[in-house]
Design a protein around this ligand. Structure first.
Ligand code: SAM
Length: 228
């Protein structure tokens, strides 16, 4: 019996180093650690969950897939799910808002110095998360963008190091901007379309409000035209 994993989480799995000791924060059904163990990609995992219902479904799945000896499910808030003695090497935090992910990291940042890699998949406010990483001694080593069920998802892979991001890089992602993938272009073209619709409903006389939206559109166009 193989676990059915969303393409979004499969894309996250690509960045988990082979042999990692994983902590998955907000593990819900524990699908990501189960998938990684089935593929032989990690040695063991902690599945952390703060809410009782998802914690119980994680427990049930770990038993159903017979991984009780490899995955420990812990009822805990954020990074309280692990201690230095657990030797966690990689942390995944996926499917939450970017601010919540940044808050979770911030609340346990002292514990992050022994962790090799963070793999973060915010559902929104990617800019807040990039700022947190930049201000807290992390550098983004890779980024990915994908689309599933009509939504766009970004994946940020961070390791200890220094980075200095421009305002544009904070918003659009330093690697994503360079790569200019088709999905990236579609995401931001959709944002332009939304802004143009908003602009259409603002009276011509309302110059200040129009200027704000026009500037946002212009910035996106500059980023999309970057390499053309
Ligand atoms: N990570 C899975 C995914 O990407 O599909 C589940 C995403 S689900 C939308 C978010 C999960 O994170 C929920 O199960 C929620 O209870 C959990 N969560 C939210 N805040 C948390 C925190 N501070 N610590 C641990 N888990 C948290």
């Amino acid at each position: 019996m193989y676990v059915q994993l969303s393409q979004r989480l499969k894309d996250v799995a690509i960045y988990v180093p082979k042999g990692a000791k994983l902590l998955d924060v907000g593990s819900d059904h524990a699908y990501l650690p189960i998938y990684l163990l089935e593929k032989g990609l990690i040695t063991s995992a902690i599945a952390g969950e703060v809410v009782k219902g998802p914690y119980e479904s994680a427990l049930a799945n770990v038993s159903a897939y017979d991984f009780n000896d490899k995955i420990e499910v812990r009822l805990a808030n954020g990074l309280a799910a692990f201690e230095p003695a657990d030797d966690v090497t990689t942390i995944t935090i996926c499917g939450m808002g970017g601010r919540l992910i940044a808050d979770i990291l911030d609340a346990g940042k002292d514990k992050l110095k022994d962790v090799d890699r963070l793999i973060l998949q915010p559902n929104n406010r990617e800019d807040d998360l990039r700022i947190w990483l930049m201000e807290n001694g992390f550098t983004i080593v890779a980024e990915a963008i994908m689309t599933e069920n009509g939504k766009y998802y970004e994946i940020l892979v961070a390791e200890a190091g220094h980075m200095s991001l421009s305002d544009k890089e904070v918003r659009f992602g330093p690697h994503l901007m360079k790569d200019q993938s088709q999905v990236f272009q579609l995401k931001w073209q959709r944002e332009i379309n939304k802004l143009e619709i908003a602009l259409g409903s603002i009276p011509l006389a309302n110059q200040d409000d129009r200027a704000v939206i026009e500037e946002k559109i212009q910035t996106i166009k500059e980023v999309l035209d970057h390499d053309s």
